[in-house]
Design a protein around this ligand. Structure first.
Ligand SMILES: *Cc1c(COP(=O)(O)O)cnc(C)c1O
Ligand SMILES: [Zn+2]
Length: 403
């Protein structure tokens, strides 16, 4: 059984039955989110229950939407390490800087959190074919979990998306298409195909369950800090599902009495070459505008206009957070610093957070002793082209100089 009570439109508030296959709100085209009977969860789910459970995101079963364990599609994801940045923190004036590292999840990014929950629920609802536009990582994850579930995946990604993600989609059996354009173009192509063939559209926020997987990052962060929330969480924001999910998790934890009133300040970090949320936040707006000519090497956050922008901005405003944009050159430097000082080979998206933390510290927005979490969304291994190396080639009789 699950504790799901209904689906709710995040825009107009209309309720829908959770056993119907749903995409956007038929009334207003807003995204639907999952609501739980949190009173019942509060009564039946206790922190101590977690002691004997597997170190995977499925440990939070009562706050997840799956009804029957037989539909679970899992490759062992979640409970990623929370690593203290002992050198890289103090180097930028932060004594309590942590990196939550999603790079060890199957397929190498946090996208697999959304996929394990989204695909499991799709299986439970009897979905046969799913379709999605992606900047690469989500397609790789959903295709991977789709393979395990026996669900067909149709994936459309920009031809500039990280090459490895193509290979992941191909080898796991997806029907893969490249588009000469951006994720927004891929989205339009998928929308037409879904209309025509009746596939399940799993675009960001066009189905309700992906966000439930991503919210487990919020649950884990708080559990890892022994049910105390940190002061600041920085998140590399594209479609924004991660930040929306973390905020949702915190609200649900408050509702079941596991945490108090205090909320971490949520920070949306974007790339200077694609910063619609930052612009909207600077102008005090509730929604973002389409960002023209988007470009950044942090490919996962190249989203010119997010469907859930209003939810991201709401989470920032409600938690007294902020939004900040980082240049590609700076984030690549940060990637090198984290790798060399901490052994953390993070993705470019994740690296942007370190520069953001440094800037916010310099501005005094973050205080020296505040507990700060950088949510690294994926491994640097997926972006081999961002690292430029110049390696000497030896002949068998050459000697190496002293180290
Ligand atoms: C998708 C992605 C993001 C952005 O995630 P959202 O939750 O959609 O904002 C960040 N980093 C990486 C590596 C990604 O793949
Ligand atoms: Zn609606």
């Amino acid at each position: 059984m699950s504790y799901v009570s209904h689906l709710e439109c995040a825009k107009c508030g209309k309720h829908y039955h959770s056993e119907e296959v749903r995409q956007l709100c038929p009334e207003c085209s807003g995204p639907l989110v999952v609501r739980y009977d949190l009173e019942a969860v509060k009564e039946n789910f206790h922190k101590e229950d977690l002691k004997d459970r597997e170190p995977s995101l499925w440990r939070y079963w009562e706050l997840l939407p799956l009804k029957d364990r037989k539909n679970l599609v899992s490759l062992g994801e979640g409970m990623t390490p929370m690593i203290k940045m002992e050198k890289a923190g103090p180097a930028i004036g932060l004594n309590n800087l942590y990196l939550k590292d999603e790079g060890i999840i199957p397929s190498g990014t946090f996208k697999s959190r959304g996929a394990t929950v989204g695909v499991s629920r799709a299986k439970e609802l009897g979905i046969k074919t799913l379709a999605m536009p992606t900047n690469g990582n989500a397609g790789a994850s959903w295709s991977t979990y789709g393979a395990r579930a026996g669900i067909k995946s149709v994936i459309v990604m920009p031809q500039d998306a990280p090459e490895i993600t193509r290979n992941e989609c191909a080898i796991t059996g997806a029907d893969l298409y490249l588009v000469d354009g951006l994720i927004s173009d891929a989205g339009k192509i998928v929308a037409r195909a879904v209309q025509k063939y009746g596939w399940f559209d799993v675009s960001t926020l066009k189905e309700p369950y992906r966000i439930e997987g991503k919210k487990t990052m919020g649950l884990e962060i708080v559990e890892q800090f022994n049910w105390e929330v940190p002061d600041v969480i920085l998140y590399p924001t594209g479609g924004g599902v991660g930040i929306i999910g973390i905020y949702k998790a915190l609200k649900e934890l408050q509702a079941i009495g596991w945490i108090g009133e205090k909320m971490p300040r949520l920070v949306a970090v974007q790339a200077e070459g694609c910063a619609p949320i930052v612009k909207a936040w600077q102008e005090g707006k509730k929604e973002s505008e389409f960002w023209n000519n988007a470009y950044t090497c942090a490919f996962g956050i190249t989203v010119p206009k997010a469907l859930g922008d209003f939810l991201v901005l709401d989470a920032i405003y409600k938690t007294n957070g902020c939004a900040i944009a980082i240049g590609d050159e700076d984030l690549l430097k940060a990637q090198a610093v984290l790798a060399a000082q901490e052994g953390a080979f993070v993705c470019p998206e994740g690296a942007s957070l370190y520069t953001a933390a440094q800037k916010l510290r310099e501005q005094g927005w973050i205080k020296e002793d505040e507990k700060v979490v950088l949510l690294n969304t994926g491994t640097g291994l997926k972006y081999p082209e961002t690292v430029k190396v110049n390696v000497p080639l030896l002949q068998p009789n050459d000697d190496i100089p002293e180290a």
